[in-house]
Write a protein that binds this ligand. Structure first.
Ligand SMILES: CC(C)(COP(=O)(O)OP(=O)(O)OC[C@H]1O[C@@H](n2cnc3c(N)ncnc32)[C@H](O)[C@@H]1OP(=O)(O)O)[C@@H](O)C(=O)NCCC(=O)NCCS
Length: 214
């Protein structure tokens, strides 16, 4: 077990396998994406942004030593890509989140954290990053759908000033559960930003270096 810092960055193709694992774990039957190609499409969708929380990138020479013998020496000379790919694969993804960008509005398509890493501030950190992204993109409000029974997620969203503005009956096909539609006020407004900065600072103080034991 080792304490590792985690970072938030945009999702990339190399993350798809782990993101799919988390998607399956967090959303089960309501999994967002059903295939590698749908993740790929979504990650490259210019009207969406996907982010991941992952352990910091670190070059691990030992890992490469194990892998490199399979590559002929002459290819090793030019194997930066492959070498780098394995180094990158060392990043462990703890959670992911997505934002669809619509005219004036952002819509959260997903926030999911691995079961074993919940209640450590990671979901909140992902939400903070989505709000930062939306602010940079001049998005006015952020909305989302959430199961009526999903107390944990609703509590996270309420903490960040999302309010329930509607209800979609039988929204989830798997069990016919209703969805609550939640939305923020204008995120660039002074009151929203003031509260958001307070919450961000409180998160930083509480979770210090954003680290987890792996
Ligand atoms: C919702 C989810 C993303 C929260 O992630 P997390 O990393 O465990 O949450 P955090 O530790 O950052 O908690 C932040 C806030 O969320 C709320 N929260 C999280 N888990 C909660 C729980 N089990 N019960 C009540 N509130 C909870 C609290 O308001 C918490 O703030 P607090 O620590 O000041 O009480 C996570 O539970 C998850 O992946 N669930 C399955 C997927 C899902 O439902 N996604 C949302 C779909 S709309």
């Amino acid at each position: 077990m080792e304490k590792k810092q985690y970072i938030i960055r945009l999702a990339e193709d190399r993350d798809i396998r782990q993101v799919a694992e988390i998607d399956q774990e967090a959303f089960s039957e309501e999994q967002l994406f059903r295939s590698h190609s749908s993740y790929h499409r979504e990650i490259h969708n210019p009207l969406a942004r996907y982010i991941v929380a992952c352990t910091e990138e670190k070059y691990e020479p030992n890992v490469n030593k194990q892998i490199m013998p399979d590559i002929p020496w002459y290819k090793r000379l030019f194997s930066y890509e492959r070498h780098n790919e394995f180094a990158h694969n060392e990043q462990y993804i703890l959670g992911f989140a997505g934002l669809w960008i619509m005219p004036d509005e952002g819509h959260i398509s997903a926030i999911g954290v691995r079961n074993n890493y919940r209640r450590r501030g990671i979901g909140e950190r992902l939400l903070i990053s989505l709000i930062d992204l939306a602010t940079e993109l001049n998005i006015k409000t952020i909305s989302l759908e959430v199961r009526v029974s999903n107390e944990a997620a609703q509590s996270l969203y309420r903490k960040y000033e999302f309010q329930t503005i509607g209800r979609h009956p039988h929204y989830y096909s798997q069990n016919g559960e209703d969805a609550l539609l939640m939305s923020t006020n204008i995120i660039t407004s002074a009151p929203f930003q003031a509260r958001f900065q307070q919450l961000k600072e409180a998160h930083q103080r509480r979770w210090k270096e954003c680290s987890v034991t792996i």
